[in-house]
Write a protein that binds this ligand. Structure first.
Ligand code: MRU
Length: 359
């Protein structure tokens, strides 16, 4: 599969001492890369959505943790361990909903202790070097696995499509949100490469406009037929028979098949059910969280009021001090989801519990 972009949205420099991200808050107007060199900069980049999208957040956090450990100057293994845990706990709370963040940081912690244990009583200087290398390799492996996952998911998603089909998508689950290619947008790129000429309707995705700024940008760049619509236009499109499929990404899948994704996804799924349009949720297994029994157990991030009242406007678009409710995600019940596309296969929401057992 060919990538649309000559660069990735998240990268670890060859030295392992810088995390390089494409600042997504500057898109579509400017492709500006940031070189992050501290835990605070990584934390800020994640909370302010300079890097965003569940898999990309997980990769950025793993790279950030490895980078901080590579930069931490010490001769003491105990001090290194203390710093590792400090940075891990700090990044762990940078955003609450996308489970890939916690998943990748926990994986880095398992790597730290497995490596430490394997070293026995080696002197600290040597142990520190080995642990640094192991953490850097683990973070790079998380990204490499994500690339592979996206390729597989893209091919599986493609198998659902037909030439000339039209897809409605919400938020951004493309190249920018992952390592490469995307999840919900991956099949669309693949379909284009296979000559299917897919047509995409892209919700603008209020309030932070991930659809307008990022999805429309990506798809335009790839030469895909994309039409931007406001979030309240999905019913009109479906009533006119213009949508064959809804494809969306996901931040967390609960054990019962409920899915958390960008605010507005549930509304799209409800409309799709009414108009009998299939809804596919694209979720790598790193997004499945069996400790959440249902969507009720998933923490939904609430974001600041100014994102609704002021952001992207030249003047405030609401009276000063008005109460604002700004949940960043919603839960789409399993009953509205036609299928969940994982790298291990396309499953029914009720099959989520078993998919992690599959090799
Ligand atoms: O707040 P964001 O922009 O990080 O929200 C992103 C989404 O909701 C995506 O759909 C999801 O993370 C899947 S990305 C492959």
């Amino acid at each position: 599969m060919k990538s649309v972009f000559p660069y990735d949205s998240v990268e670890l420099s060859a030295s392992g001492r810088e995390v390089v991200i494409l600042d997504q808050t500057q898109l579509p107007n400017q492709e500006k890369f940031l070189h992050l060199t501290s835990a605070e900069e990584i934390f800020y980049a994640i909370t302010r959505l300079k890097v965003r999208g569940a898999p990309a957040i997980g990769i950025a956090a793993a790279f950030g943790l490895a980078m901080c450990i590579n930069r931490f100057r010490t001769r003491s293994l105990a001090a290194l361990e203390k710093e590792f845990l400090r940075v891990k706990r700090y990044l762990f709370i940078s955003r609450p909903t996308a489970v890939n963040l916690m998943w990748s940081l926990d994986r880095m912690e398992r790597c730290f202790y497995a490596t430490k244990q394997s070293l026995g009583t080696t002197e600290d200087k040597h142990a520190i070097e080995v642990i640094r290398n192991a953490l850097t390799a683990e973070a790079r492996a998380i990204k490499a696995e994500d690339v592979r996952m996206c390729e597989v998911i893209s091919e599986l998603g493609f198998s659902l499509l037909h030439p000339g089909c039209s897809i409605l998508t919400h938020c951004n689950a493309g190249h920018l949100a992952v390592s490469k290619f995307g999840t919900a947008l991956g099949p669309i790129y693949y379909a284009q490469q296979q000559g299917y000429s897919p047509k995409v309707y892209c919700d603008e995705t209020r309030p932070l406009l991930q659809g307008a700024r990022l999805t429309a940008y990506e798809l335009t760049k790839a030469g895909i037929d994309v039409t931007l619509v406001c979030d309240n236009m999905a019913a009109t499109l479906m009533a006119q028979g213009k949508v064959d499929f809804v494809f969306v990404g996901c931040d967390r899948v609960a054990a019962n098949g409920d899915v958390a994704n960008k605010i507005g996804t549930n509304g799209v799924a409800i409309i799709a059910k009414y108009y009998k349009v299939p809804v596919y949720v694209f979720a790598p297994t790193s997004t499945i969280d069996l400790t959440s029994a249902s969507g009720n157990d998933i923490v939904i991030e609430e974001r600041p009021a100014f994102e609704v009242t002021d952001m992207y406007y030249t003047k405030p678009m609401a009276p000063k001090g008005v109460q604002v409710y700004n949940p960043a995600f919603d839960i789409t019940p399993a009953s509205l989801v036609t299928g969940i596309v994982t790298e291990k296969g396309i499953i029914k929401p009720r099959e989520v519990k078993n998919i992690l057992k599959k090799g």
